[in-house]
Write a protein that binds this ligand. Structure first.
Ligand code: ADP
Ligand code: ASP
Ligand code: MG
Length: 411
């Protein structure tokens, strides 16, 4: 008997009609008893945002632990409703919240990491059920407090679950029918990618392609769990996120990602001496803030310099508070911020063995009169920070420039 993990995102459980479509997928996976199914659900579309907005009416930065108790309720609604539907359809099913499935996490509220899952308990439960319906996005810390895994965290719940119970298949169902060369809702010529390597998907996710949460891809890569990203609303094969193979290397650029959720921070006149970068970035790292692009300017007077970097916009307030607390140690005279920026990235494993991608990218942006504010590169990615208002233009231009509508055939 096989074990199948199926995760359904917010738009897939947006209302009761959508849930009926999900029921059809689960029934088909259960296949009259041939397989056991673990369904991982998100909150109904818009629910998490609604809960966050309510809390923000109290304060711009509500208590983090209470916030997790609050936002985790979105998933609780989905799993309870869906388990009822399954039972009415004659399947042996039950819902499970994070703490009931013993999804143990650290205590970083709002961005917790999964430390372990009680797989023995889940396997025992599967013996007596056809379907387990797990709340995604949530876990419990060692003090018994509810935690959440960051926006899009149900993807990570699903992959971690698939790894923990050694599932045969891990399917992520969403509102698009796979991973595309870029966001299909932004670029009409985007094409579905039948197969993508873990590394490319990691870069796509970390550069803003929210179709999979980054941590879910990290888990999949670490445990070599193939993930099938596909649509709830069609039966077509989607995209397999899997190990790299030779055919993938033949493609120079696989995708374009963008991220509007960025802010640029410049700390002015920090001392130009050993230890300053560490004094600035260590407290940010300790707070779980992901600093991405970093530029340290050349010192003009040999004594001071400016340090510029990007952080997720949601972390800007906390970043500024941290800088305020350490400013005197850095010798900084001020801080500038800009929230009207976005990152665009060109990604492909073929870049490991081919040069020229960065220069083609810069030329394409130049042709459209788009100014590059910052640049960062990795082995398989080039990222430019630009003004936010040019994001759509930049993505479409780069998609055309690298002929991504022609690179791979969609299934
Ligand atoms: P879910 O609610 O199912 O988790 P998300 O909204 O988190 O769905 O992710 C799906 C969305 O990701 C799509 O609607 C699409 O707009 C966006 N997206 C961004 N980049 C890509 C990409 N390269 N391929 C597919 N979808 C993408
Ligand atoms: N409901 C959470 C969110 O909106 C988690 C998820 O959907 O994956 O981010
Ligand atoms: Mg998502």
């Amino acid at each position: 008997m096989g074990i199948i993990v199926q995760k359904f995102g917010g738009t897939s459980v947006a209302n009761l009609d959508c849930m009926r479509q999900v029921l059809a997928k689960v029934r088909s996976a259960h296949c009259g008893g041939a397989n056991k199914v673990v369904v991982v659900l998100s909150a109904m579309a818009g629910e998490t945002n609604r809960l966050i907005a309510m809390a923000r009416q109290w304060s711009p930065r509500p208590d983090a632990a209470e916030m997790d108790s609050l936002v985790s309720t979105g998933e609780q609604i989905s799993v309870a409703l869906f388990a009822m539907l399954l039972k009415d359809a004659g399947l042996k099913a039950r819902s499970l919240l994070g703490f009931q499935a013993e999804v143990e996490t650290d205590s970083r509220f709002g961005k917790a990491r999964i430390l372990g899952i009680n797989s023995d308990k889940l396997r025992a439960m599967l013996d007596s059920h056809d379907v387990l319906v797990m709340a995604g996005f949530q876990g419990v810390d060692c003090h018994g407090r509810i935690t959440t895994l960051g926006r899009g965290g149900s993807d990570t719940s699903a992959v971690a679950m698939a790894v923990a119970i050694n599932a045969d298949v891990c399917e992520i169902y969403t509102d698009v029918d796979g991973v595309y060369t870029t966001d299909p809702n932004l670029c009409s010529t985007a094409r579905k990618i039948p197969k993508i390597s873990y590394d490319e998907m990691l870069e796509m996710a970390s550069m803003g392609a929210k179709v999979l949460q980054i941590r879910s891809v990290e888990f999949a890569k670490k445990y070599n769990m193939t993930v099938h990203v596909r649509s709830t609303f069609s039966d077509c094969n989607g995209t397999f996120v899997t190990q790299e193979d030779k055919s993938m290397e033949a493609v120079l650029v696989s995708g374009i990602a963008y991220d509007k959720d960025q802010a640029r921070v410049t700390v002015l006149d920090v001392q130009d001496r050993p230890g300053v970068a560490s004094a600035l970035f260590s407290p940010l790292a300790d707070a779980g803030i992901v600093v991405d692009m970093i530029i340290q300017n050349t010192s003009r007077d040999g004594k001071t310099t400016d340090m510029t970097f990007t952080v997720p916009r949601a972390d800007l307030d906390e970043t500024l508070q941290i800088i305020e607390a350490i400013k005197h140690r850095l010798g900084a005279t001020g801080v500038l911020t800009d929230e009207r920026v976005a990152k665009v990235s060109v990604i492909g494993v073929g870049m490991r063995s081919h040069s020229g991608v960065a220069s083609r990218m810069f030329a394409a942006l130049h042709d459209e009169g788009i100014n590059i504010l910052m640049i960062s590169t990795s082995e398989i990615k080039v990222t430019c920070l630009i003004e936010e208002k040019y994001t759509e233009l930049a993505v479409r231009t780069l998609h055309d420039k690298f002929e991504l509508d022609k690179v791979r055939n969609a299934c």
